[in-house]
Design a protein around this ligand. Structure first.
Ligand code: AMP
Length: 418
């Protein structure tokens, strides 16, 4: 046996129903909030992430699956969706093509991380992006969509964290204050933090090393350094959330691991998840579209981990399969007629199965039970001669003859449906 690659996983019957439930709920909400779906390739040019996600990020420095293809081109399996969505937005001039640049996408992402519960090397994200809308109500709407998704899925014990990391104008003052506050403590921090201090000091807030925490807790807060515009914007975001009754907690540490964030950042944590408890995260990235060669348009979005949403779902979510009919044939001569009926049921929009191996009636009924059939249509020589089939309601085990010509409608009346 050749096992699956470490950090990847099969999604099998029994679990797939929970996935489909999450995907259906996400699509329905995105549609209600006015987002349209975009599907971008899984492979992109490596430079897209180096430039988009950022050279100094852990993702680009340590986690990308990159290779040289047979044509000598550097290719990367996408580690996140935002750079691809921005690329598609720019490449196809979507701001002119669509009434509103509100996009969503779902699919696999790839990161070479240490696998553990809730963290994989191939995982799946719902990604939501808005381009070119600046109002604080847009930030609040994106957060509301994220919040509503988690709530509609019935996930309990969640917490919304928000912060503002300012913009290109006010961030330098914050960074300077941060480095000044670190002062003599810098050499006491971990190697990663020392590297971050030189490349992207905000990233120090992401540090999880226990010994560093007392020092990091004393560092200044980005919201104390916002310029007037950023402060007004952030106040408006909080006001909208309050108006909609969405509870939030201000988290000074929430700077997020990527280079492109500006102003609002947010995360929703699932308290039942253990160490990898971020269900989703996102924020504003006002310079990214331009940086990737597009027009000067703002951006905001989030990515939710589907594995984590599925893990956090309540017991029994997504259960319940389509009610199904079973066709049983008695004897060889009834088989062709049974096959005809099976296809008629399926063509009429009903879920239907049959046992093809010509086994005994008892074996066929057992199969019907295992499939969870709601109704069985028994086709036998005697019934056929009378132009009838026998209809058996599997719940009450009641049997009655129905006209062959009315068999499909009789099945439908038990199964429901159009
Ligand atoms: P990020 O793109 O890092 O902001 O992550 C957004 C969301 O994707 C996280 O909140 C997780 O739910 C999910 N996620 C990120 N990395 C992984 C991973 N390696 N395995 C599973 N889910 C992940």
């Amino acid at each position: 046996m050749i096992p699956a690659v470490r950090g990847t996983h099969d999604i099998l019957p029994g679990e797939i129903e929970r996935w489909q439930h999450v995907e259906r709920t996400a699509r329905s909400l995105c549609d209600r909030y006015g987002y349209v779906e975009v599907r971008t390739p899984v492979i992109e040019r490596e430079e897209l992430f180096a430039k988009g996600t950022g050279e100094t990020t852990d993702i680009v420095q340590k986690e990308m699956y990159s290779f040289t293809d047979k044509g000598g081109e550097r290719i990367t399996l996408r580690p996140e969706a935002t750079p691809s969505m921005v690329r598609a937005f720019v490449e196809h001039s979507l701001e002119h093509a669509l009434p509103a640049a509100k996009l969503y996408s779902m699919g696999p992402m790839f990161r070479y991380e240490r696998p553990q519960k809730g963290r994989y090397r191939q995982f799946h994200q719902l990604d939501v992006e808005i381009f070119g809308l600046d109002d604080a109500a847009v930030d609040a709407e994106v957060i509301d969509l994220a919040w509503s998704l988690v709530r509609e899925l019935g996930i309990e014990q969640i917490e919304l964290l928000i912060n503002s990391v300012g913009c290109a104008d006010c961030r330098p003052a914050f960074q300077a204050a941060l480095l000044a506050a670190l002062g003599d403590d810098l050499p006491k921090l971990c190697q990663d933090c020392q590297r971050r201090a030189a490349t992207n000091p905000l990233r120090i807030y992401d540090c999880k090393v226990p010994a560093d925490q007392p020092i990091i807790d004393r560092l200044p807060h980005s919201i104390d350094y916002l310029d007037e515009k950023c402060a007004t914007h952030f106040a408006a975001v909080r006001r909208h959330l309050d108006t909609w009754g969405i509870p939030w907690t201000l988290s000074h540490r929430l700077v997020r691991g990527l280079d492109y964030y500006t102003r609002t950042t947010f995360e929703i944590l699932g308290r039942t998840l253990g160490a990898q408890n971020a269900l989703l995260g996102g924020g504003r990235y006002d310079g990214l579209v331009k940086q990737l060669g597009g027009p000067d348009r703002t951006g905001i979005g989030f990515a939710a981990g589907l594995e984590r949403l599925v893990l956090a779902l309540p017991e029994g979510a997504g259960a319940g399969t389509t009610p199904r009919a079973f066709v049983a044939a008695i004897g060889e001569e009834a088989r062709d007629e049974a096959l005809r009926l099976l296809r008629e049921l399926r063509q009429a929009g009903l879920a239907a199965s049959m046992e093809f191996e010509g086994r005994s009636m008892k074996a066929q009924m057992k199969r019907a039970d295992r499939l969870g059939a709601r109704v069985t249509l028994i086709v036998g020589g005697d019934e056929l001669a009378r132009g009838e089939v026998t209809l058996r309601d599997m719940r009450g085990s009641e049997q009655r003859p129905v006209r062959r010509t009315e068999a499909v409608e009789a099945a439908r009346s038990i199964l429901g449906g159009r």
